[in-house]
Design a protein around this ligand. Structure first.
Ligand code: ADP
Length: 263
C-alpha cells in the first residue's frame, strides 16, 4: 500500500532523515517510536507531502507521490495532528467535519458526516462551536474531520497526549473499531502502553534513521536496542521480563505464562 525507498531529507538546520526504507501493508497497525527529535514527525510529514524528500521515493499504491499534490495524497493518507487546535477552524462541529468532503467534492456528504459524528460520539454536538468542546472531544473532532474522507491509511500523532484516562480510553476504543474494519494505522507516540495496545509492529527511529523494524514483542525484548534508545516499556512488560517470562502486555497474559511454568 505504501512503500518508502531510500528516502533522504534534510532541514536547513542540518537534521537529516537518512536512507529510510519502509513498507506498509493494508490492514497493518504500525507504531513509529523513538526519542524526541529522532525524526518521527519529519518522516510522517514526508509521507503526507508536507515536506518533499531530497532523494529516494515514496510509492502510494504504486504511484510515486512526488507527482501528487498534498490534497491528492490526503485522499489516501489522513493525518491527525497532535494538537487538535492546529486543525480546527470552522464555527460548528458539523461544518468542521464537512469541510474536507466539500473540498474533495465527495458524494453524500450529509450522510457521511452524520455517520462519522456518531462513530466519534460527537453527534449531539453537531451544532456546537468547536471551541466549546472539551480536550477529548476536540481530539475526536480532529479525528472525525479526517475519517470522513475515508483515507486508507490513518496517521495519528500522539493521539492521547494531554487527554485524561477516560477520554484516552474512549479514543482508543474508536481507533480499535477502525482497526477491526481493516483500516491501516500508523501511530506516532512516546507512550509505549498506547503503542502496545494498538500496534503489533514498531518502527524504531534514532537520529534520523530507522534502527529497528519488526514485531513489537521482539523489539521490546532487545536489551541493547532499549538501552540505546531509552525506551520506557509498559510496567507489565518490565515486570514480566524481570520474572523471566519475556514481554507481555496484560496481567492475564502474565498469569498464563506463570501457570504454564508451574504445570
Ligand atoms: P520527533 O518527531 O521524533 O520528535 P522531529 O521530526 O520533530 O522529531 O524533529 C527531528 C529534528 O528535526 C529535531 O532535531 C528538530 O529540531 C528538527 N526540526 C524539526 N522541524 C524542523 C524545522 N521546521 N526546521 C528545522 N529543523 C527542524
Amino acid at each position: 500500500m505504501l512503500k518508502v525507498e531510500d528516502l533522504c531529507y534534510e532541514y536547513e538546520s542540518g537534521f537529516q532523515l537518512k536512507n529510510i526504507n519502509l513498507e506498509v501493508k493494508g490492514g497493518e497497525s504500525i507504531g513509529i517510536i523513538g526519542e524526541n527529535g529522532s525524526g518521527k514527525t519529519t518522516l510522517v510529514k514526508n509521507l503526507i507531502g508536507l515536506l518533499r524528500l531530497n532523494s529516494g521515493r515514496i510509492l502510494l499504491d504504486g504511484k510515486d507521490t512526488s507527482t501528487m499534490s498534498v490534497a491528492e495524497i490526503a485522499r489516501s493518507i489522513g493525518f491527525v495532528f497532535q494538537n487538535p487546535d492546529n486543525q480546527i477552524f470552522a464555527s460548528s462541529v458539523k461544518e468542521e467535519v464537512s469541510f474536507g468532503p466539500q473540498n474533495l467534492k465527495i458524494d453524500n456528504i450529509e450522510e457521511k458526516v452524520t455517520n462519522v459524528l456518531k462513530t466519534t460520539d460527537l453527534f449531539k454536538y453537531k451544532d456546537s462551536h468547536p471551541f466549546n468542546l472539551s480536550g477529548g472531544e476536540k481530539q475526536r473532532l480532529a479525528l472525525a474531520s479526517i475519517l470522513v474522507m475515508n483515507p486508507k491509511i490513518l496517521i495519528l500523532d500522539e493521539p492521547t497526549s494531554g487527554l485524561d484516562l477516560k477520554n484516552a480510553r474512549k479514543l482508543i476504543e474508536i481507533v480499535k473499531k477502525l482497526q477491526k474494519e481493516g483500516r491501516t494505522l500508523i501511530v506516532i507516540s512516546h507512550d509505549m502502553e498506547l503503542i502496545s495496545d494498538l500496534c503489533d509492529r514498531v518502527v524504531l527511529m534514532k537520529s534520523g534513521e530507522i534502527i529497528a523494524d519488526g514485531a513489537i514483542k521482539k523489539i521490546f525484548d532487545d536489551h541493547d536496542l532499549l538501552e540505546k534508545t531509552r525506551l520506557d516499556l509498559p510496567e507489565i512488560a518490565k515486570l514480566s521480563k524481570i520474572l523471566g517470562f519475556g514481554v507481555v502486555f496484560s496481567p492475564e497474559e502474565l498469569y498464563r505464562k506463570w501457570r504454564a511454568s508451574h504445570d
